[in-house]
Ligand binder design. Structure first.
Ligand code: SF4
Ligand code: SF4
Length: 96
């Protein structure tokens, strides 16, 4: 796998950022996917990284418009991933 590629389940994110370019919540989506990849089984570590992301928007800002999923050339269901990451971020936020 190339340096800018991110494993997302059985799919591969190529880091093109088309999803972020159309995201009204200005979420750095490749950065979120990278965090998911780095902490696949550690929800706490994943949530802590999400909270400290250097991104204008974070998963909790997602309005579930689906533009990211519609524009992904790899057919990754980004919206669903954002929904799960938002839940983790919210839980982390509540327990902080
Ligand atoms: S579904 Fe969420 S993450 Fe995807 S483009 Fe819309 S606001 Fe952004
Ligand atoms: S549009 Fe798809 S392939 Fe491109 S960065 Fe976003 S999730 Fe990855």
């Amino acid at each position: 796998m190339k340096a800018n590629q991110i494993a997302v389940g059985s799919a591969v994110c190529v880091g093109c950022a088309r999803c972020s370019e159309v995201c009204p919540a200005q979420i750095d989506i490749p950065a979120v996917l990278k965090i998911c990849e780095q902490h696949p089984a550690d929800a706490l570590a994943c949530a802590e990284k999400l909270r400290s992301m250097d991104s204008k928007g974070t998963p909790m800002d997602c309005i579930e418009c689906g533009a990211c999923s519609a524009h992904c050339p790899q057919k990754i269901d980004v919206k669903e991933i954002m929904r799960r990451m938002a839940m983790l971020e919210y839980q982390s936020f509540r327990s902080a």
